[in-house]
Ligand binder design. Structure first.
Ligand SMILES: [Zn+2]
Length: 251
């Protein structure tokens, strides 16, 4: 009986998805390939030898622990489609505030090792989440989580299509995809701030919303049209995460 109650309690949390495991690992792998030796050493120390790719999914995994319920809103920001991040009054926490808090916490010499490890794990995750356009979507459809669709005939929702379905369908392991994306390392990436990343994803999400209809069955054409943006966002997130970490841990 207790098991059933627990399951019921956790269903709503689990159903709110995030860049799937592959997406987070790709971003972590690209970031690791672009760190300075100083940042590599500092990150390794704080993560106790675990890789950024491995830690990338931690903040989603611990969501099953009620102690972490207060961090649920750290994974996204909701905005009306006609407003930029800075044009909205933000009550409570969101992914932009979380990223800035983690950067400050890591730069603060008064933070303990344990606190720094916490901030680093959330920074790695939240920066990645913010690059999934649906993490800067509308409140009313929970960032596409309540827009129900089919993907090659299987039931899903718009958020999940962008978190997981397109990436999984591409069929590469996270290391293969990271290597594949590093092949474009001549593409300059503007680094910017968390506020800029929110506005970038928000601009993309407006287009994504405009191109789908509830109940639609998405397939090859949708992948063909949208895989380039998914790859672009994974690459940018990896490069930006590396830049932020290199700055935090500069000698
Ligand atoms: Zn997340």
């Amino acid at each position: 009986m207790k098991k059933i109650i627990l399951l019921l309690f956790f269903i709503p949390l689990v159903s709110f998805a995030h860049w799937g495991k592959t997406g987070h690992r790709v971003i972590g792998e690209i970031a690791a390939m672009n760190l300075t030796p100083e940042a590599t050493a500092a990150v390794k120390d704080l993560l106790e030898g675990r890789s950024i790719a491995r830690i990338g999914t931690w903040a989603d995994e611990i969501r099953s622990n009620p102690d972490y319920n207060k961090y649920t809103t750290w994974h996204y920001v909701n905005l009306p489609l006609d407003k930029k991040y800075e044009e909205v009054e933000h009550k409570g926490d969101n992914v932009v505030k979380a990223i800035n808090l983690c950067i400050e916490g890591l730069k603060n010499e008064a933070s303990t090792q344990e606190e720094k490890a916490f901030y680093l794990k959330y920074l790695i995750h939240c920066l990645a989440d913010l690059h999934q356009p649906l993490h800067a979507g509308r409140t009313e459809d929970k960032g596409g989580n309540s827009i129900y669709l089919k993907y090659f005939g299987r039931k899903t929702n718009l958020h999940r299509v962008w978190d997981t379905n397109i990436i999984e369908d591409y069929g590469m392991s996270y290391t293969e995809l990271a290597q594949n994306l590093m092949g474009r390392n001549n593409d300059p990436v503007t680094i910017g701030t968390a506020e800029d990343w929110a506005n970038e994803s928000h601009q993309e999400v407006a287009k994504i919303y405009s191109e789908i209809e509830e109940g639609q069955n998405l397939g090859y054409l949708y992948n063909y049209n949208n895989l380039p943006l998914v790859k672009d966002k994974l690459y940018k997130a990896g490069i930006r995460l590396a830049a932020v970490l290199n700055d935090i841990f500069k000698a």
